[in-house]
Design a protein around this ligand. Structure first.
Ligand code: 5AD
Ligand code: SF4
Length: 439
């Protein structure tokens, strides 16, 4: 009997990576591999990596180092994703026990690369330097989340923000046809999923290659797929954020009350250096559209502090913007210089301690904003999708349409199943979650 083919896969980074891993797992299973839960059990050890900041990138090299002894036992290592595309064959120098290096734009070639690996070849690469027009679609996606189905609608990025590695790691921007997106949405609905999350580095830069639907029309069409109760989309770029997206949310009940719109900075000067192609005023106009919707749409954002040359004055502009928008959530990061990016030539002059201080000031202020925002929802009743339960505390964990975590009690003797929907009255609030009771 031939020995069984097994693999272990660990994923780092964003939802795009999480979903890519679902497709990679499906592809490996088609090739006769079985997924196992640890490096020790596996014949093939894969890391799907993130390089958005230096810290994320270092993680994979730590992992590779921790397990390199397993190479002698015959195990093989592969590095996938953004670090793979960024570092390419340099990975073989730094970690000679790695046999396979592939960026996300080459996953179509995975079956062939796996066959070569099985034939004993060492140092196999799938690297695409912004060449490919292909998207990676597979009907074998092994969905890991029991109630949320991810669908990639657009891959890559052509924006070239000066700090960002993504245009180099994920290739040029390319959209799937809306026909194929809708076919996948219907398949997901038929399988019993009730939530769909549309994914893209700039999801709203979507351009239907067949010219049939705009992004807002695609959103609305996905929202009307039988069985689908919630549709989310991430991440939006302010530059391509059009008013018809807000109109679609107002008109189609299944589109969730949440927009994630990364601003990065509140300073016009810093935004120019970042090559974001908008001013704070322009951004705030989009925020005004969202706030004038009939539904209350929750807003979240991403911010970078300590971009090269960011002055105290620039940082205050960002704080002013936070006060003005009153976000429900902020992901804030210290600037990290990345290979290939235009900002590399700017001197990363702000000491780490100063970046850390700005980050802390910002997060403390934002916590206060969220404490107030979240407590305003006490007394309201929301539909909550059940995600799990905390047995120790006798609580059910779920999420509102606004994407806020809701922990609640439920009088029913049997706990509601993950993926089910309940009406919950909000009885308490924290800066990052709500408490309540099922009604
Ligand atoms: N340094 C710090 N943060 C970054 N981001 C992207 N590139 C960098 C970088 N070089 C942040 C941005 C982006 C989020 C996904 O990560 O805020 O929106
Ligand atoms: Fe990280 Fe960006 Fe790659 Fe996602 S696309 S894994 S955030 S570098």
């Amino acid at each position: 009997m031939a020995t069984e083919k097994t693999f272990y896969l660990e994923t780092f980074g964003c939802q795009m990576n999480a979903h890519d891993s679902e497709k990679v797992i499906g592809t490996l299973r088609r090739q006769g591999y079985r997924q196992v839960e640890s490096e020790e059990e596996a014949g093939l050890i894969l890391y799907n990596t993130c390089s958005i900041r230096d810290k994320a990138e270092q993680k994979v090299f730590h992992r590779l180092n921790d397990y390199k002894r397993l190479f002698k036992a015959g195990k093989r290592f592969g590095v996938l994703g953004c670090v793979a595309q960024q570092e390419g064959e340099k990975i073989f120098e730094r970690a000679p026990h790695v046999s396979l290096v592939s960026g996300s734009a080459s996953y179509r070639k995975l079956p062939e690369m796996l066959s070569r690996l099985e034939a004993g070849e060492h140092r196999i690469t799938g690297l695409d330097d912004r060449q490919t027009d292909e998207t990676f679609e597979t009907e074998f996606t092994a969905r890991q989340n029991p109630y949320r189905g991810y669908i990639t609608i657009i891959e890559g990025c052509d924006k070239f923000c000066s700090y960002c590695v993504v245009p180099f790691t994920r290739g040029k921007e390319r959209s799937r046809t809306s026909t194929s997106v809708l076919a996948e949405a219907r398949r997901i609905g038929d399988l019993g999923y009730t939530e769909i999350q549309l994914l893209g580095q700039n999801v709203n830069s979507y351009r239907d290659p067949e010219g049939k639907r705009s992004f807002a029309e695609l959103l609305a069409a996905v929202g009307e797929v039988p069985g689908i109760r919630r549709v989310r989309f991430t991440t939006s770029h302010p530059r391509d954020f059009t008013r018809d997206i807000v109109e679609a949310i107002d008109q189609v009940p299944t589109l969730c009350d949440h927009v994630h719109l990364p601003v990065q900075s509140g300073s016009a000067r810093v935004l120019r250096m970042m090559a974001r192609e908008y001013t704070p005023e322009w951004y705030l106009e989009r925020i005004a559209w969202i706030k004038s919707a009939r539904r209350t749409i929750s807003l979240t954002t991403d911010i970078i502090v300590g971009f090269p040359g960011e002055t105290e004055e620039d940082f205050i502009r960002t704080m002013d913007l936070l006060a003005e928008v009153q976000y429900d959530g902020v992901f804030a990061f210290k600037y990290s210089a990345r290979p290939n990016t235009p900002a590399l030539v700017m001197i990363d002059s702000i000491p780490d301690a100063e970046k850390a201080k700005r980050l802390q000031v910002l997060l403390e202020r934002q916590r206060e904003i969220q404490r107030i925002n979240y407590s305003k929802q006490i007394g309201e009743v929301f539909e909550v999708m059940v995600e799990g339960q905390n047995l120790a505390r006798g609580q059910i964990a779920g999420r509102s349409s606004q994407n806020k975590p809701v922990n609640f009690t439920c009088a029913q003797p049997i706990a509601p199943a993950p993926g089910s929907y309940l009406q919950v009255r909000i009885t308490g609030a924290h800066p990052n979650s709500l408490r309540g009771e099922a009604v």
